[in-house]
Ligand binder design. Structure first.
Ligand SMILES: C[S@@+](CC[C@H](N)C(=O)[O-])C[C@H]1O[C@@H](n2cnc3c(N)ncnc32)[C@H](O)[C@@H]1O
Length: 259
C-alpha cells in the first residue's frame, strides 16, 4: 500500500493480523447480519442494473478490496443471468495479506491476489466489472478517491460498482461538527464523507458514465450507504462527427452520458 498518500494511512490498520482476525465479528450478531444482507441485496440489484445497461451478463468480476472474503458465499451462489448455473469468474484482491489469509481460511473458493487498488496488477479491460465495497469511505481526499476510481475504470471492460457513504445523514453531519471542533484544537478530525452530488461527480470525474444509484437503505437519506453503478470509459459514446453534429460545426456533441 506504499503508493497511498500519507494522509490515507488509516487504511494501513488492515495490515494488522489482529484487526484481520476480528474483522468478521461485525457481521456475526443479528444487527450485523441484517446489515450484511442489505448490502448483498443492494449489490445484486447493482449487478443487475449494470447487466441491463450493458445488455450482457457479467462473466468476470474483480472484488477489490475483497478483505476477508465477505462476499465469498454471495459470489458462489450467483447464477448467470441467462439462467445457467455456472457462477461468474470472480477474482478477489486486497492489499493486506492478513485479510487475504482470513479469506483463504474461510474457504473462499475463488482466486485471491495481493495487490494495490492504486495500481491494479491487471491489463486494461481485464474484467467485466470491478466491485469496490467498504473502501471509499476510508479515503480522506476527493482527489485520492478519483484516482482509485480511474484505476478501477481502467481494468473494467464493462463497469464499476462502488460503495460510497454520503455525509447527508445525522451521522455525517455529526462527523462534520467533530471535524470543525478538531480543527479548532489543531487536530485532524474524522474523515468527512462527500455529499451525494459530490460522490456522483467523482465517478464522472474518473471518466465513467453513471448508470444508476442503489441506496442500501431506503429512503437514501436515512442510510448513508449508496452503491454507484457506472459504465466504463471505453463504453462511453465518442463525440459524433458529421456535417450536422461535427466538431467543426456549431452543434458540437460532448458525448457525455447523462445519469
Ligand atoms: C473495510 S475493509 C473492506 C473489505 C471488504 N470489501 C468488505 O466489505 O468487508 C477495507 C479493505 O481495504 C484494503 N485496502 C486498503 N488499502 C488498500 C489498497 N491501497 N489496495 C488494496 N487494498 C487496500 C484493506 O486491506 C481492507 O481489507
Amino acid at each position: 500500500m506504499g503508493s497511498l498518500p500519507p494522509r490515507e494511512g488509516r487504511l494501513e490498520v488492515y495490515a494488522q493480523a489482529e484487526i484481520a482476525r476480528t474483522y468478521d465479528r461485525r457481521w456475526s450478531q443479528a444487527r450485523g447480519r441484517r446489515r450484511d444482507l442489505r448490502k448483498q441485496r443492494a449489490l445484486a440489484k447493482a449487478l443487475e442494473s449494470l447487466e441491463g445497461a450493458l445488455g450482457r451478463p457479467l462473466g468476470t468480476i474483480l472484488d477489490a478490496p475483497c478483505g476477508t472474503g465477505r462476499f465469498g458465499a454471495f459470489w458462489s451462489a450467483r447464477k448467470l443471468p441467462m439462467g445457467g448455473s455456472r457462477a461468474a469468474l470472480v477474482l478477489g484482491l486486497d492489499g493486506s495479506l492478513p485479510m487475504l489469509h482470513q479469506a483463504q481460511a474461510k474457504a473462499w473458493n475463488h482466486p485471491l491476489a495481493a495487490g494495490d487498488l492504486a495500481r491494479l496488477p491487471l491489463v486494461s479491460g481485464a474484467v467485466d466489472v470491478v466491485v469496490c465495497i467498504r473502501f471509499m469511505h476510508l479515503v480522506r481526499s476527493s482527489a485520492a478517491r478519483v484516482e482509485f476510481l480511474r484505476e478501477a475504470a481502467r481494468v473494467a471492460g464493462g463497469g464499476v460498482i462502488v460503495d460510497y457513504r454520503h455525509g447527508q445523514t445525522p451521522r455525517g453531519v455529526g462527523r462534520r461538527l467533530r471535524g470543525i471542533l478538531a480543527r479548532w484544537f489543531g487536530q485532524e478530525g474524522p474523515r468527512i464523507w462527500p455529499g451525494r452530488a459530490q460522490a456522483l461527480a467523482e465517478v464522472q470525474e474518473a471518466g465513467m458514465g453513471l448508470v444508476g444509484v442503489v441506496p442500501v437503505r431506503r429512503p437514501w437519506w436515512i442510510g448513508d450507504k449508496l452503491l454507484l453503478v457506472a459504465r466504463a470509459p471505453s463504453l462511453m459514446a465518442p463525440p459524433t462527427l458529421g456535417p450536422e453534429r461535427g466538431i467543426l460545426g456549431s452543434n458540437t456533441n460532448s458525448g457525455a452520458d447523462s445519469p
